[in-house]
Design a protein around this ligand. Structure first.
Ligand code: PRP
Length: 194
């Protein structure tokens, strides 16, 4: 599955498991927002696959949505996250008075979501709910709990379904963990997915 000599990929969630879980999440979200219009705000890049699948399920369930994206970046060296988060692309839509669903692929230290919710609150939306496909609770550096979570996972580096390793593997329809076959390489990696 990979041409890189130092890593192997092991599936942790199949395409079918992801699809089933997304339908369950969509049921929960539709129950909460039934009859309202939902502004779905995706955090780039990782959320784009998850968000694309979810909004088509929303359509099938007659939930009206508006879609926008934003980008938040963390700075640091290649192998060490500094913990400093900066908003590099804001929403283009006015969310004042809107019900917002903030969507991301993975919740790790929680810094990205915490900062983004705080930022969006300043625009005075009617409500902000958060939805993540994956959650690594053991990695949390700031207190944060998503309103809707797909799967909780241990502290392992995961790729596929929008998640990358050095910009690769986002196109995989399933989610895999990276198994480092060269321990020197593993030590160089930051622990989390950020
Ligand atoms: C990843 C992920 C989340 C963030 C979570 O983004 O997509 O947005 O890190 O980390 P945190 O909870 O520790 O803040 P990344 O910076 O890898 O960018 P990407 O979405 O473009 O892959």
């Amino acid at each position: 599955m990979t041409n890189e000599p130092d890593i192997a990929l092991e599936e942790i969630f199949s395409e079918k498991q992801i699809e089933t879980r997304i339908q369950e999440l969509v049921n929960e979200i539709v129950s909460r927002f039934h009859g309202q219009e939902l502004t779905v705000a995706g955090l780039l890049k990782g959320s784009f696959v998850f968000l694309a699948d979810m909004i088509r399920h929303f359509h099938r369930r007659d939930l009206r949505v508006l879609v926008d994206f934003m980008t938040v970046s963390s700075y640091g060296t290649e192998t060490e996250s500094s913990g400093k988060i900066t908003l590099t692309r804001d929403l283009t839509m006015d969310i004042a008075g809107k019900h917002v669903l903030l969507v991301d692929d993975i919740l790790d230290t929680g810094r990205t979501m915490e900062l983004t919710v705080r930022h969006l609150s300043g625009y005075k939306p009617a409500s902000i709910a958060t939805c993540v496909l994956l959650d690594k609770p053991s990695r949390r550096a700031v207190p944060f709990k998503a309103d809707f979570t797909g799967f909780e996972i241990p502290d392992q580096f995961v790729v596929g379904y929008g998640l990358d390793y050095a910009h690769r593997y986002r196109e995989f329809p399933n989610i895999c963990k990276i198994v480092f076959t060269n321990r020197t390489h593993e030590k160089k990696m930051v622990s989390g997915n950020d």
